[in-house]
Ligand binder design. Structure first.
Ligand code: BTN
Length: 328
């Protein structure tokens, strides 16, 4: 589509003349002008100056289905992407849709969640206009034990997507928090339903909440010292539509390689995992044990050596792991 190509040509933030664009894209000047008009209607702020051409000032602030679909360029998951202004929780809605038969690859994206959920029954702050709250329905027909690495691989996919749209290096705090430096950028909540007769997974919902353009005061006070956003870390906002498309494509690529590419993806998980080698607190209900995070197994289970000399593999469902002196 000419519009998407024009957006790409303008993405450098420099002036590009209508003539240059029409030559590069092999379309008429009128077609370029029409594309610029369509982009402006989507919320792109495009300046035009005589003898200089067009310059992209800023991307739209709102999530826009057409823009996201354009960036997905006909990917099979395109047919079932929904963008919602507000929802209680994209994971809760995705589970309802999955139970009603929604197909593999259904993606729900929300601008705001009124009851965003995190791991271990926690809430996930999901204010409007600044974050990206996304859930995808997957239907791998395997026993749940074969999906232990799904969340870890989704964390890697999310890290890759963030790095595509922001000038940041993303780490993973075991098990599924994405971090930049010492601060949390995103979290993942995976939920599954089993088919009683076959013991295989009926559906899995992977839900990812990313802090995109939050300012410090957009977070609830109690997490302001822990949480961060792409905008805070890189000093300028990101285009949430681009990030949404990058995340959907990264998740689809992750799913394609869920079994065949497990080894390299889990190696990348280990490379990004900032918890390895650190002194940690393993919190299980009311009890806290101190130890050192030694290594990961092939599914992302964490081997911890405790002070009393014992060792155990811990998995994400039951414990949370904190650094000795705070969140990381
Ligand atoms: C965590 O940090 O504990 C996990 C947070 C997961 C939040 C995402 S936002 C999209 C999806 N919908 C939810 O209610 N939760 C997940």
């Amino acid at each position: 589509m000419t519009k998407d190509k024009v957006r790409e040509l303008l993405s450098g933030g420099e002036f590009v003349s209508g003539e240059a664009m029409s030559q590069t894209l092999q379309v008429s000047r009128a077609a370029v002008w029409k594309a610029v008009k369509a982009l402006r209607a989507e919320g792109y702020d495009i300046q035009s100056v005589t003898n200089k051409g067009y310059c992209l000032q800023s991307a739209p602030k709102s999530l826009h289905l057409e823009t996201i679909l354009g960036l997905l360029q006909g990917h099979p998951w395109t047919s079932s992407v929904q963008v919602l202004d507000e929802v209680s929780s994209t994971n809760t809605l995705a589970k309802q849709l999955a139970a009603d038969g929604a197909p593999h690859g259904t993606v729900l994206v929300a601008d705001c969640q009124t009851a965003g959920r995190g791991r271990l029954g926690r809430s996930f702050a999901s204010p409007a206009g600044v974050g990206l709250y996304l859930s995808v329905i997957l239907r791998p027909q395997v026993p749940p034990m074969e999906l232990l690495h799904l969340t870890a691989m989704s964390a890697v996919a999310t890290a890759k997507a963030v790095e595509q749209v922001a000038d940041l290096e993303v780490g993973i705090k075991w098990t599924n928090d994405l971090v930049v430096g010492r601060h949390k950028l995103a979290g993942i909540l995976t939920e599954m339903s089993l088919e009683a007769e076959s013991g295989t997974v009926n559906y899995a919902v992977v839900g990812i909440g990313t802090n995109c353009n939050h300012k410090k005061e957009d977070f609830p006070e109690e997490i302001q010292e822990i949480a961060t956003s792409m905008a805070i870390k890189q000093g300028e906002p990101v285009d949430r539509n681009h990030y949404t498309a990058a995340l959907i494509l990264a998740l689809a690529e992750m799913y394609d390689g869920l079994f065949s590419q497990k080894k390299p993806w889990m190696a990348e998980y280990a490379d990004r995992c900032i918890t390895l080698g650190k002194d940690v607190q393993v919190v299980r209900g009311n009890s806290t044990r101190l130890g050192k995070a030694l290594s990961l197994d092939e599914n992302g289970g964490l081997l911890v050596a405790y002070e009393d000399g014992t060792q155990e593999y811990v998995n994400s469902g039951e414990v949370s792991v904190r650094g000795m002196y705070g969140y990381v």
